[in-house]
Design a protein around this ligand. Structure first.
Ligand code: UD1
Length: 353
């Protein structure tokens, strides 16, 4: 039994960690192909070393580019990689350009494809992630869904027979990491001299928020006006777009910091009073840590976080202060994202088939 995982962007390395661990535990051969979509050490290497993931067997080194150029460059190289490794399964993760490229390449070579985190939908056709996840779901042979809602979307698209509910693998890593934290001050709050509970952690990187200079300016100015300090963990895409548009990120109550390694991020979120983000993963992590979150988007794929009251969507940046200042939501014992053992379930499902 040989599983070949294709990953390329930061959230995919987090998802890869529990899969790699579960594959090793089950004695399954696991080949890792890194497309090179993310290449900065803080977006890539640090996750492999910190989360104990085996080094990639193959690195395609595609780097940045327009969607077509980046995806095409992966496609051009993957045929030969899949031919030489001849896996039983190609496993693809989430919704990035690396996901859709690997799914397309494998399906054309008649190699069974499994899609992890299948069935998520924003129903916003302007998002590159939405094209990537819909196309991947319809190409894949088995759809590994994280939630009941995702299973429902797959059924609505006629994909029920290929779908299996496994839970969310990011929950596996999050619970394990949280349990390892010993309660000491986070590196972020110590470095910046912030009082626990009295600052926000923020991330903004999505194209719909960064690529329009006017919108980016409004978001940055709204973050800077929040009454308590906000630490903006700046993704390189944000830094590049802000520089092009002449927008100063460090202003008002806004402090800019480089992206954090996973453990430092979880420690910082746990200590913060609130998260402001447009990341899918971080909305969910905030909920799982029971830290209130405000999401700067018109919709979310992780609707459970909103339904349970822990996440509020804001598309108009001028409403940010009012929404961030809202009362803390009611406690909940709900576990819509599974029990923290999704990785083992994925390996079990793939081995059984
Ligand atoms: C990608 C995914 C997105 C995911 C995000 C996680 C797609 C279409 N988007 O977005 O779904 O949420 O990863 O972070 O696949 N850059 C660097 N160094 C890097 C990587 C990128 O400087 O290591 C800069 C470059 O200017 C690049 C820009 O960031 O052009 C965008 O990178 P790209 O990989 O195209 O998309 P992300 O915004 O990271």
């Amino acid at each position: 039994m040989k599983i070949l995982s294709v990953v390329g962007a930061r959230p995919q390395f987090v998802k890869l960690a529990p899969i790699d661990r579960a594959a090793k535990a089950a004695g399954v051969e696991h080949v890792i192909v890194h497309t090179g979509q993310h290449y900065d050490p803080m977006l890539s290497d640090v996750f492999f070393s910190e989360l104990g993931i085996s080094a990639p067997d193959v690195h395609l080194g595609v780097g940045s580019g327009s969607h077509g150029v980046q995806t095409g460059s992966m496609l051009a190289q993957l045929d030969a990689v899949f031919d030489s490794h001849a896996p039983d399964w190609v496993l693809v993760y989430g919704d990035t350009n690396s996901t859709v490229a690997a799914a397309l390449s494998a399906v054309k070579l008649h190699i069974p494809v499994a899609h992890l985190e299948a069935g998520l939908r924003s129903f916003n056709r302007r998002m590159p992630e939405e094209h990537n996840r819909v196309l991947t779901d319809h190409a894949a042979d088995i759809l590994l869904a994280p939630t009941d809602v995702a299973m429902g979307h797959l059924a609505n698209e006629g994909l029920a027979e290929r779908s299996v509910l496994v839970g969310d693998v990011m929950t596996d890593v999050l619970y394990a990491t949280r349990d390892e934290l010993t309660g000491e001050r986070s590196a972020l709050s110590s470095e910046l001299g912030l009082e626990p509970g009295s600052f926000q952690v923020a991330t903004i990187h999505r194209a719909e928020n960064t690529d329009d200079a006017g919108r980016l300016r409004q978001i940055v100015e709204a973050l800077a006006r929040l009454p308590q300090p906000t630490v903006l963990l700046a993704h390189p895409r944000l830094v590049a777009r802000a520089a092009e548009a002449g927008i100063e990120l460090e202003q008002g109550n806004l402090k800019v910091h480089r992206p954090l390694a996973y453990r430092d991020l979880i420690a910082a979120v746990l200590e913060s009073g609130h998260v402001v983000t447009d990341s899918g993963g971080l909305q969910k992590e905030a909920f799982l840590l029971r830290v209130p979150c405000t999401t700067v988007r018109t919709e979310t794929e992780w609707v459970e976080t909103v339904d349970l009251g822990w996440n509020v969507l804001v598309s108009d940046p001028s409403r940010l202060t009012e929404v961030v200042e809202r009362a803390r939501p009611a406690d909940t014992e709900a576990t819509p994202y599974g029990d923290g053992h999704a990785g083992h379930r994925v390996i079990e499902v793939l081995t059984r088939r």
